[in-house]
Design a protein around this ligand. Structure first.
Ligand code: GLN
Length: 251
């Protein structure tokens, strides 16, 4: 099958080689006989919500975010539509912040967001940097861990009824205080973790891929055949260990 991916603002939001997440999805799809076609969507480019099975947006600093925020906010309705109709979505760091209602940057300016994720972000005086370990339960009863790296000044506060991506085992997470990291709405995941995220969390890559494939086929998620993830799991273990050594949340 062909999985159609929209990569939003690749020229602006690609900090920490975030586009490596797409390389992982491409490879894991190919190993199961599927193909990803990736369309870069820049400022002013067309974006038809029904044209994509997966939407991807990476991270960036305040400066890059400010450049694309008005264009992204203007696409809000179409991004909502894509997710409502079953597209998968992955948003990392700066992209994650702008898929919420908005972000107040370090200089005090308000960048409007898409409002897909029920949250708001305000930049603080200090940066939250380091390895992170999360415990996630995206399907009831199925607990998995996510390991990654965070580097953000933004403090993200979820609405009370919002579903986080996971609970922080070690690291700061959304705001260094709530114990939550990321956000999930339907098949959309937002997270601060990059570096990139998917190479050391193969289960999450497959979670997104099964849902993108389901959208492509117009059906329910279809489990993918397992792969030999020895290296990926080793990377996960090293990253998780570094996060644990870093310790619990600090304000
Ligand atoms: N500018 C945002 C922050 O510092 C996002 C940074 C990033 O994408 N690494 O909070």
């Amino acid at each position: 099958m062909i999985v159609r991916v929209a990569h939003l603002y690749p020229d602006y939001l690609n900090i920490y080689a975030d586009r490596g997440n797409i390389a992982v999805l491409t490879r894991r799809a190919a190993l199961r006989g599927h193909e990803l076609t990736v369309v870069p969507v820049g400022i002013g480019d067309p974006f038809a919500p029904s044209a994509y099975d997966l939407v991807y947006i990476g991270g960036g600093q305040d400066r890059e975010q400010a450049l694309i925020a008005p264009d992204l906010a203007a696409r809000g309705e179409r991004i909502h539509e894509a997710v409502e109709h079953g597209s998968a979505l992955l948003a990392v760091c700066g992209g994650y912040q702008l898929l919420g209602r908005g972000y107040r940057g370090r200089d005090g300016s308000w960048m409007p967001g898409v409002g897909l994720f029920p949250l708001e972000t305000i930049a603080g005086d200090t940066r939250m940097i380091g390895d992170v370990l999360l415990e996630c339960e995206l399907e009831p009863g199925l607990r998995r861990t996510v390991a990654g790296f965070e580097n953000h000044a933004g403090r993200t506060v979820l609405d009370v009824d919002a579903e986080p991506l996971g609970r922080v085992v070690a690291g700061f997470g959304n705001d260094g205080a709530s114990g939550f990291e990321g956000c999930r709405v339907a098949r959309a995941i937002g997270t601060y973790l990059h570096g990139p995220l998917l190479p050391r969390n193969p289960w999450l890559a497959d979670w997104l891929l099964t849902r993108a494939l389901a959208h492509a086929s117009g059906g329910d998620p279809v489990p993918l055949e397992p792969l030999d993830d020895v290296l990926e799991l080793e990377a996960h273990a090293i990253s998780a260990r570094r996060a644990r050594e870093r310790g619990g949340r600090r304000p």
